[in-house]
Design a protein around this ligand. Structure first.
Ligand code: PGA
Length: 325
């Protein structure tokens, strides 16, 4: 086994990733017979089959699964070493794997744009999913860093806030409550409510807000994205509580209003997190440092894009803001 080469492990890893010899060969610029030969050598060295073919699909055998796990460790350590070596040479290069909750997509890509311009040698991959999926990834240590609205209690993590996140009640400008002041939560629950899907952090925070007051909203519809909810609000289907960030840039200006509800906004924060005990890579550390400037960077950008004198995205306190133009 020790005579197996790194190349063979690389070929093995690519086959697992693509589930195909052909695609692995393409990625590694090898011919398919070469890929097959490398896997045969590796299989001989292990002394057990690594893959089994059922129909057109290939699956890992138990030995293959064990090898895959070890392989991932080896390649992670390699990547880490490459980054450290690059850092010693005064360069910031390597991969940054970020996984963020759905709502963070309203500002993380903009932060990444500037980050990538500042560090062109860093290659970033971004996974966007709801809270439940992100926590699953975090528990399995699949990425370098995570961005979410509330650190999990059930997983031991290092987490810190870096940006405000206010959850506000949104309605269509035509809604009868649109121009009212000091609306009570009791009044809100009389209206049809549009809720995010289960597993969403926004939904958990919203449910807690109502539950704390002994209230339960009348759910008219559950929708799997903030955008779908905004469209449903505009379609007159009801009200919702969403992060103020969902109004960034692509807000259908002039059609949505933030309602003046007592007890709102729900003042939350965005956290970065990673599993406790995880050794952060050089580029992950660079990104964490960069994140400290997030409030300032986003103020600049939102003012620039929205071409407005103030930046409602990041204001604090119970200010009523509307997007009527
Ligand atoms: P969500 O998470 O996008 O899954 O709703 C947002 C949050 O946790 O605040």
């Amino acid at each position: 086994m020790r005579h197996s080469t790194l190349r063979q492990l690389e070929v093995f890893e690519a086959i697992v990733r693509y589930g195909s010899y052909t695609r692995a060969a393409e990625e590694l610029f090898l011919t398919q017979p070469t890929v097959s030969m490398q896997i045969k050598k590796l299989t001989d060295a292990v002394g057990l089959p690594l893959f089994e073919q059922i129909g057109k699909k290939i699956y890992l055998t138990d030995a293959g699964k064990e090898l895959h796990e070890m392989n991932q460790d080896i390649f992670k350590r390699f990547e880490r070493f490459e980054m450290i070596a690059a850092d010693m040479k005064g360069m910031k290069t390597g991969k940054l794997r970020l996984a963020v909750v759905t709502t963070a997509k309203y500002f993380v890509p903009r932060l990444l744009g500037m980050f990538c311009r500042q560090y062109p040698g860093i290659e970033v991959s971004l996974k966007v999913s709801n809270r439940a999926h992100i926590l699953e990834r975090l528990a399995n240590n699949q990425d370098d860093l995570y961005i979410l609205g509330q650190p999990p209690k059930e997983i031991d993590v290092i987490a810190e806030t870096f940006l405000k996140n206010q959850l506000v009640a949104l309605a269509s400008v035509e809604h009868p409550l649109a121009n009212e002041k000091g609306i009570t939560p009791k009044r809100i629950v009389k209206e049809p409510f549009l809720s995010r899907e289960s597993g969403s952090g926004t939904r958990i925070a919203t449910e807690r807000f109502f539950a704390d007051q002994g209230l339960k909203p009348k759910i008219r519809m559950e929708l799997g994205s903030n955008e779908a909810i905004k469209q449903a609000i505009l379609g007159g289907l009801g009200l919702s509580i969403l992060s103020h960030h969902t109004l960034a840039l692509d807000a259908p200006t002039g059609q949505l209003v933030v309602l003046d509800v007592k007890g709102l906004p729900i003042n939350r924060h965005w956290y970065y997190a990673y599993p406790a005990g995880k050794q952060l890579s050089v580029v992950a550390q660079v990104f964490l440092e960069y994140l400290q400037q997030a409030p300032q960077l986003l103020v600049d950008i939102s003012c620039h894009y929205a071409n407005i004198g103030h930046c409602p995205l990041l204001t604090s306190g119970n200010k009523k803001s509307s997007y009527q133009s």
